[in-house]
Design a protein around this ligand. Structure first.
Ligand SMILES: [Zn+2]
Length: 367
């Protein structure tokens, strides 16, 4: 059917309509939407990704056990306010509120039949904020793990996992995501499944893993082995790196390991704000904005190109990182000693000594 509705749908599909239905101005013209992150990277400056989703939503009323993804529908104002606070703090990249937006995770909240819609609306919420920023801001469609082990250790075949991720990524694309942001991964099979899904849908993608178990992922992958995974993929990620895990110092050590063996790679560092500590029923992060500013400078010197924060990072932390990136004077490439001297001891060192107590994986409802 032609007419106003048909025309609107075509314009909207082509990315020419903004969220409120008006035609976009020149800088919002997203003809090259798939290349948004590539264009920003080509400018050569370090890019700032956003801070935490989950821990910041807890501050505005999300309860432990609630689905953060349901808030895309129930509280779009709060989701957009969080995105906006990161844009105002200087983020070049904002992540959609869709970390647990796959059918398997949504089933915990009886939302599995709405996976595609959840992701579409999550991307729309971020898109509207990005399009009003007045400068290019990348909408990265967050894709977290299914929460299930893949065969032969668990119930999901890799092909089933691909289909689950395809459904999520199609929703993210429909809502206007520029790039698929695969994060907090720990298993090689699941990383490959998510990457295959992005390739199948025709979206550019990035991948970060969580090295939370004595310098390895929970499934035993070292940072170097993780960086080597991608050579066998049909298409390479735009960038790869580390997010979440334990402390910011631990994360930087894993970044150094990746950039050591892959010096030309575009690497992402998205660390927690220090080390998570339980205070009664509350989780508290030890890292101040000042500490995260030091982390951001070290991350550049370690070779990271995209720097941001994971759990515990508020907009205040992000503002401090923005200032650190903008005023950074190149320093020597840090080694483990320099990182520990600047940020404090590793929370889960790779040596044979027992790991420090840390937040349980199941406790992480969102990145
Ligand atoms: Zn995190």
């Amino acid at each position: 059917m032609q007419g106003p509705v048909g025309i609107k749908r075509v314009l909207s599909y082509c990315g020419l309509l903004s969220g409120n239905g008006s035609l976009k101005s020149a800088y919002q013209f997203r003809l090259f939407e798939d290349f948004m992150l590539q264009r920003l990277l080509a400018e050569g400056r370090p890019l700032l990704a956003d801070g935490a989703t989950g821990t910041n939503l807890f501050e505005v009323g999300l309860n432990s056990g609630d689905s953060p993804e349901a808030w895309n529908f129930d509280h779009p104002d709060r989701i957009q306010a969080l995105h906006r606070s990161f844009v105002e703090a200087g983020a070049d990249i904002i992540l959609t509120n869709s970390f647990g937006g796959n059918r398997r995770r949504l089933a915990l909240h009886n939302l599995e039949s709405h996976a595609r819609d959840v992701n579409r609306v999550a991307a729309q919420n971020a898109r509207e904020v990005a399009d009003r920023a007045g400068r290019p801001v990348v909408v990265a469609g967050s894709v977290g793990p299914t929460g299930d082990l893949l065969a032969p250790l668990g119930p999901l075949t890799e092909d089933e996992a691909v289909e689950i991720f395809v459904e999520q990524i199609e929703g993210l694309r429909e809502g206007g995501a520029d790039v698929v942001w695969i994060e907090t991964m720990s298993a090689a099979e699941e990383i490959r499944a998510a990457a295959r899904a992005a390739i199948k849908v025709g979206m550019p993608f990035t991948v970060t893993a969580s090295f939370d178990t004595a310098g390895r992922t929970m499934m035993g992958i070292t940072p170097d082995a993780f960086a080597n995974l991608f050579s066998s993929f049909e298409r390479a990620p735009l960038a790869f790196g580390a997010n979440c895990g334990v402390g910011a110092a631990d994360l930087l050590v894993s970044i150094v390991e990746m950039t050591e063996t892959h010096p030309g790679a575009t690497v992402i560092a998205k660390a927690n704000a220090g080390v998570p500590q339980w205070h009664g029923a509350h989780i508290h992060y030890s890292g101040t904005p000042e500490l995260m500013a030091i982390y951001a400078g070290l991350a550049i010197d370690a070779g990271a190109r995209i720097i941001g924060g994971c759990c515990g990072n508020s907009p205040k932390h992000l503002s401090a990182m923005r200032r650190a990136l903008d005023s950074h004077k190149p320093g020597p490439r840090p080694d483990k000693q320099a990182i520990v001297a600047a940020l404090g001891p590793l929370a889960a060192p790779a040596a044979a000594e027992p790991s420090a107590p840390r937040a349980r994986r199941r406790g992480r409802e969102s990145a």
